[in-house]
Ligand binder design. Structure first.
Ligand SMILES: C[S@@+](CC[C@H](N)C(=O)[O-])C[C@H]1O[C@@H](n2cnc3c(N)ncnc32)[C@H](O)[C@@H]1O
Length: 335
């Protein structure tokens, strides 16, 4: 079950009853500029602005990406203030121990972590979405031949999804779980821990055919992340910057209750259209395993690439070494 609100999430959060949400999963407007009316119309026209249009590679058209490096110091300060204000409004609406997962960019991560800590959240590490990006790895501009072995930044292969927690109100996580249903994260299964890096890949074509939002996130990754945020599978998940709704679709596919808020008219209508369609994809995949399986519908060539990345990375993550507990006990007894 889900509810969608066409609103500014700052206003919406001001009206939200205290302690009424159990988790947040969101992909916020990072550059702040990129979702202003001016920049969105440039994006929709396919010309200029902060949206970088990567070159056509191998004959396939790539999606535009926002350019975070164009932000100056004042804009970075605005970004920190934006997250501080947002965090202050969000904190009272959450139950103690609620987790907040915020999609990030390595360049902006410290600003968000600083702001949300100041707002009263605890930093609880991050989950890395491992994928192949087009960012970074370039040689110095206009001197590529002079410095053939130099790159200005490493070529990106991960997207950090920062984890935060509203401090627990009880003495222990166990007590907090009993009272508020929050405080921890849901494991993939009793014998399968939740890893902090998840092989992903780009959003499959079949999902991009449903929504043309430039930041649509893949259902495979979203279902794993969203599922993990309600440790007992109970409660309400919020996406205050839902875009076309990949978080809400993931929550719906898992069977979680969710709320989505979106400011932009066109994206809100896009969400209403996309969520049921995205949620209906891969009916057997509820985010409780890293590996997708043969029961997925037939995949196109780009999709199979994503699946092979997931499959290739999976086995090593579960190899658990037996703990040398017994030996230590014996050594102690000898002393
Ligand atoms: C990065 S996108 C999220 C895309 C989403 N991951 C998806 O799968 O479609 C961020 C969204 O936040 C929206 N937004 C920006 N400021 C907002 C605000 N104050 N309240 C609600 N939505 C806002 C933008 O219009 C944009 O669609």
């Amino acid at each position: 079950m889900y509810h969608l609100h066409h609103a500014n999430c700052f206003d919406w959060l001001r009206e939200r009853p205290p302690q009424s949400l159990h988790a947040v999963c969101t992909d916020p407007p990072y550059g702040l500029l990129e979702f202003t009316e001016k920049e969105v119309s440039k994006l929709r026209a396919g010309r200029g602005g902060v949206w970088r249009l990567p070159p056509t590679i191998g004959g396939s058209k790539r999606d535009p990406l926002p350019r975070f490096t164009v932000l100056n110091d004042a804009q970075k300060q605005n970004l920190a203030t934006f997250f501080l204000d947002w965090g202050k409004l969000l904190l009272p609406a959450l139950v103690p121990g609620a987790h907040v997962c915020v999609a990030g960019h390595p360049i902006m991560q410290h600003l968000v972590q600083g702001a949300l800590t100041e707002a009263g959240f605890e930093v609880r590490t991050a989950i890395m979405r491992l994928y192949f990006s087009f960012r970074g790895g370039d040689r110095p501009k206009n001197a590529e031949r002079e410095f053939p072995e130099v790159c200005v930044t490493p070529k990106g292969a991960y997207e950090p999804w920062m984890l935060f927690r509203k401090p627990i109100a009880e003495k222990t996580v166990a007590e907090n779980l009993r009272r508020w249903k929050t405080g921890g994260l849901r494991r993939l299964g009793p014998d399968k821990p939740l890893p902090d890096s998840i092989p992903s890949g780009r959003t499959p074509d079949r999902e991009e055919a449903i929504s043309d939002h430039p930041c649509l996130k893949p259902q495979h990754f979203m279902r794993i992340i969203v599922r993990s945020l309600l440790p007992l599978g109970e409660g309400v998940v919020l996406d205050p910057f839902m875009g076309s709704g990949s978080t809400i679709a993931a929550a719906d596919a898992i069977g979680y209750e969710a709320i989505g808020v979106e400011l932009d008219d066109a994206y809100f209508r896009q969400a209403e259209h996309s969520i049921p369609r995205l949620a209906a994809l891969y009916p057997d995949f509820t985010g409780n395993e890293l590996m997708t399986n043969g029961s997925l519908p037939t995949l196109g060539s780009d999709d199979s690439q994503q699946m092979s990345l997931v499959l290739a990375e999976q086995p090593a993550l579960y190899r658990v070494k037996p703990r040398p507990k017994t030996r230590r006990k014996v050594e102690k007894a000898k002393e």
